[in-house]
Write a protein that binds this ligand. Structure first.
Ligand code: FAD
Length: 379
């Protein structure tokens, strides 16, 4: 096979995970690596609806050993950069671009990865890209979830608009007065609170009652920021929350769209929406495109203690899809703590000095012992 480039490490994706992991490799002194990014650094964030903000707050707490919750590199702070607690996607994309520029990361933008092929005898990977085939000894998969929405969820879902396709809720609000949102977790609630704040009537239908779930892990329950926004829009009277309802079908009817759902042990119920319903049904994620390289027997991609595929040595994962049992790494403040773990595994196999990672350990950016990730809270 003819390769246009030969790398030690290829990082697929230049989002929060790819850039953060790239900084660690740079700190280790690795010279021959690249970030392969289909658009530009921070592309998912720059596609967020204009009115969507981070739910995790930013604060310039790094001087006292507590890195800004949304920082992906030491001594950086999105809060300080933008003087904002809850950044927009565009602001955060600019933060990522600034970090990539500052650390002079080897970003290859406009390079789409179509496929990866493990070579025989664990000799590395052939990476099929829009700019030709690349060889890499290791692959760090950081292609995220946002650009891989979950849309095939029930018959008629194709008639709906997935929230990740929306660029501005203000523009959507101009098209009608009444909206139906299917899915009531963070994406759905973001759509609901924005549309309500713009004076619209909104009904959210959810298979559980996410707004009543008080699980202490924000990966499993609504964040305080979202609850705060709900408190703000409730008094408008424009928001109706329908829980415990499984959507069965969406149909086109003469005056709009009919959504049928079933409540537990009850007959079906139908709602009519003049506008295409909005899907807040989550993301299947980019791992779905390389699913055959993972063991999915527990319902998520099985990874070693160093976040490497249990089936394909040399293939690592960073970002929100990383999961070990009940420990879910779907927020930046969680998954950033695994960049150095992956970097150390690769550096050791390349025979590199790993002592620069000591700082990561001291700064709480090297999480190996997952038994400490209990969500217990005494008050
Ligand atoms: C409504 C909502 C609110 C959220 N709020 C927060 C929050 O407040 N705090 C928080 O921590 N997290 C939040 N998240 C989650 C957060 O956005 C993700 O965890 C984060 O984007 C993951 O970063 P990533 O780098 O893995 O993925 P991404 O940011 O999606 O980056 C992946 C990159 O890979 C590129 N790419 C994809 N496929 C390919 C390919 N085949 N070839 C080349 N490049 C490719 C993409 O262009 C993209 O730039 C939120 C998510 C949603 C939906």
């Amino acid at each position: 096979m003819n390769f246009s480039q030969e790398l030690e490490v290829a990082i697929v994706g230049g989002g929060a995970a790819g850039v953060g992991c790239g900084v660690v490799l740079q700190d280790l002194g690795l010279e021959n690596f690249a970030l392969l990014e289909r658009h530009q650094v921070g592309a998912s964030f720059s596609r967020w609806p204009a009115e969507m903000h981070f739910i995790t707050p930013s604060f310039p707490s790094h001087g006292f050993g507590l890195l800004d919750l949304n920082a992906i590199a030491l001594n950086t702070s999105p809060a300080l950069a933008f003087q904002r607690e809850h950044l927009t996607g565009k602001e955060y994309a600019l933060y990522l671009q600034t970090v990539a520029d500052h650390f002079q990361l080897p970003v290859q933008a406009e390079t789409e990865v179509h496929a990866i092929e493990p070579l025989s005898s664990n000799k590395g990977f052939a990476i099929k890209t829009s700019r030709g085939d690349i060889y890499s000894r290791f692959v760090i998969w950081a292609a995220g979830e946002y650009q891989y929405p979950q849309t095939n969820v029930f018959p008629g879902a194709e008639l709906c608009v997935h929230n990740s396709q929306v660029r501005s809720w203000k523009e959507v609000a101009k098209t009608g007065d009444e909206f139906l949102i299917l899915g009531g977790y963070e994406s759905g609630m973001d759509a609901a609170t924005n549309l309500c704040a713009l004076g619209k009537r909104v009904r959210v239908i959810d298979r559980s009652r996410s707004w009543e779930n008080d699980h202490p892990d924000p990966s499993l329950s609504l964040s305080p920021y979202t609850r705060q926004r709900l408190d703000f829009v409730y008094p408008t009277g424009g928001l109706e929350l329908v829980g415990d309802t499984q959507i069965k079908e969406v149909k086109r009817i003469p005056n709009g769209y009919e959504v049928t759902g079933v409540k537990e042990s009850a007959s079906s119920q139908a709602w009519v929406s003049p506008m295409p319903p909005i899907l807040g049904t989550g993301f299947k994620g980019s791992l779905s495109t390389i699913a055959e390289f993972f063991d999915w027997s527990e319902g998520y991609a099985a990874l070693t203690d160093q976040d490497e595929s249990t089936l394909i040595p040399g293939l690592f994962v960073v970002g929100p899809s990383v999961r070990h049992g009940n420990v879910i790494f779907c927020f930046i403040y969680k998954f950033r703590q695994r960049f150095a773990v992956v970097a150390e595994a690769i550096a050791q196999r390349l025979g590199m000095d790993t002592s620069p990672l000591e700082t990561y350990r001291q700064e709480g950016l090297f999480l190996e012992d997952l038994s400490c990730c209990s969500n217990e809270c005494v008050c």
